[in-house]
Design a protein around this ligand. Structure first.
Ligand code: FE2
Length: 428
């Protein structure tokens, strides 16, 4: 029997080395050492890391690549970003949103991302963002799985018509209920929005993902209400709190009560280190808070934490290339999680933990799963994060959909030549 493809001599995330992976008809059919199987195509992984694809659990495809339009965010704050997006929103057309989103998706695929949870702003009653992203979702599905969140950017109650628009977006096919309780007019309105939105999700059998406590205010405690509603409505495992930056500034005693409740309700958490580290603490002088949620502490309670890129070149963030390894890299730095097992854990936050957040079936390098695989120019997961390693191959359903040349620099120093790939500690 001859199968489609064998990837030979790669390393797996769990540390196994020199592993072959056999792929046929879009599926992983065998994994093992020195497989004796014939294939039409052989890829020599040469000791590089074979990984399941990256997943971005928090993104804004409707805003991505809009940087500078209609102007730049001068203060660099979250609030000016929201204001700026409000200026751009009435100028948007479905065609323009779709064009930008598709261009962004091509970057994502090249970066080895194969699933994105994208929030979609439903504030504008024309709902052109929803229309555009539903079309993008359908068109890009062969290469990239999109999950859309109905997101009331300016508040469910604070923004006129948002509640009606949100329901309409869900009827149009958006599958996750979003919210932004800290941006409502008062704390109590924020809590009320959480109750309404969670009840809606429970009624319709939908998932929930809220921008929650994206603030430096230690008294922004909407995660408590979100956890309570998750428990009350039996939504365990189906609810995500995104950002949770106020937890950075919260009273430690309060957090010691909060975390076990979050664990009990099986609430997922998405941290967005690139954005949180840039936007939070902007109102502080020195010492300056950095506004990252408490990943290490949540890990101790077995709370499922994943990471999001959140923004690429939009009103909130001028940088980025949708590189989830850059996100994990920033998380390690900002959380000071530099122990070897902590860095390995961080790789999980952009892969397996994210699959749990999005409830993706059949994710991972396992026999019988879809052959969705990336090969990185790195020997292991820590090296991948260190180097923000090149995605040498991206497989989707067994087909190579992206390829890149290895990064090697050729030096000539007074006639002595060297090859530098930053991969090994070779000092000869
Ligand atoms: Fe966001």
């Amino acid at each position: 029997m001859t199968i489609d493809t064998i990837i030979r001599q790669g390393n797996l995330i769990d540390g196994q080395q020199q592993i072959d992976i056999a792929i046929d008809k879009g599926k992983i059919v065998e994994i093992g050492k020195e497989l004796k199987i014939n294939s039409r195509q052989t890829i020599d992984a040469k000791g590089c890391l074979i990984s399941p694809p990256f997943i971005d659990t928090h993104f804004h495809l409707d805003a991505a690549l809009s940087l500078g339009n209609p102007r730049m965010n001068e203060s660099g704050t979250l609030l000016e970003g929201i204001q700026l997006w409000g200026e751009l929103r009435p100028l948007l057309t479905a065609e323009e949103v779709k064009k930008r989103a598709l261009a962004m998706c091509r970057w994502s695929i090249a970066q080895g991302i194969q699933a994105i949870r994208s929030h979609v702003d439903i504030t504008d009653s024309r709902l052109i963002t929803v229309e555009a992203l539903l079309e993008v979702k359908k068109e890009i599905a062969p290469w990239l799985t999109l999950q859309l969140v109905a997101f009331p950017q300016d508040g469910l109650y604070r923004s006129e018509g948002a509640e009606k628009n949100l329901l309409k977006a869900i009827d149009m096919g958006v599958e996750v209920v979003g919210g932004i309780p800290h941006f409502e007019r008062t704390m109590s309105e924020g809590t009320r929005s959480i109750t309404t939105l969670c009840e809606l999700a429970a009624d319709r059998g939908l998932l929930v993902d809220m921008h929650c406590d994206e603030s430096d205010d230690p008294l922004s405690r909407h995660i408590e209400a979100l956890t309570y509603e998750t428990h009350r409505l039996g939504l365990q495992g189906r609810v995500t709190g995104s950002h949770l930056t106020s937890m950075h500034s919260m009273d430690n005693y309060y957090v010691s009560k909060l975390l076990p409740l979050m664990a009990e309700a099986d609430v997922n958490v998405v941290a967005n280190p690139l954005i949180n580290i840039s936007l939070q603490g902007r109102h502080d002088n020195y010492p300056k808070r950095r506004g990252m949620t408490r990943i290490r502490e949540m890990r101790d309670f077995d709370i499922n934490v994943s990471l999001g890129h959140d923004c690429v070149m939009d009103p909130w963030y001028s940088l980025g290339s949708h590189d989830m390894l850059a996100v994990a890299n920033m998380a390690i730095h900002s959380q000071q999680m530099t122990a070897l097992e902590e860095m390995r854990y961080m790789y999980e936050t952009i892969t397996t933990h994210s699959a749990k957040v999005m409830q993706l079936d059949g994710y991972g390098i396992q026999k019988g799963n879809d052959a969705n695989i990336i090969i990185l120019q790195a020997s292991d997961s820590i090296e991948a994060i260190r180097l923000k390693a090149i995605r040498l191959y991206v497989f989707r359903f067994g087909e190579i959909v992206a390829k890149a040349k290895p990064l090697v620099s050729h030096l000539n120093l007074n006639g002595n030549t060297f090859e530098v790939d930053f991969k090994s500690k070779n000092i000869e």
